[in-house]
Write a protein that binds this ligand. Structure first.
Ligand code: TYC
Length: 103
């Protein structure tokens, strides 16, 4: 064995275990005042939904009290919820979106 035959320790790279960022639900909340067509329009504009999907989501919230619109990163969920609320407020409607972490 020559002097150069040194056993090299295998390099083990320690990857820090990063927690997966939590996903957030944007929830559409029913109310008695916002017109159905306006709710659908907001879902189309803010969440890029088709008329048909917007109708189904609106009707689900109308009948059950609320409906999950989308699940996404926290900052996007909060921005979209605020966009929807602000657009409705501009038109004088109390339409509400909330956000909450997915289980
Ligand atoms: N309930 C409203 C009405 O009858 C329509 C509506 C649906 C409003 C869903 C809000 O999230 C909502 N005009």
């Amino acid at each position: 064995m020559s002097d150069n035959d040194v056993a090299l320790k295998p390099k083990t790279k320690v990857e820090p275990k990063l927690d997966k960022p939590k996903l957030y639900k944007v929830i559409l909340v029913n109310d008695d005042y916002t017109p159905r067509e306006f709710v659908i329009a907001i879902l189309k504009i803010v969440f890029r939904m088709s008329e048909e999907t917007g109708y189904r989501v609106m009707m689900t919230a109308h009948k059950l009290g609320s409906c999950v619109v989308v699940v996404c990163a926290k900052d996007i969920a909060e921005t979209k919820a605020k966009e929807g609320i602000d657009l409705a407020k501009e038109m004088g409607f109390p339409l509400m979106f909330t956000t909450e972490p997915e289980e």
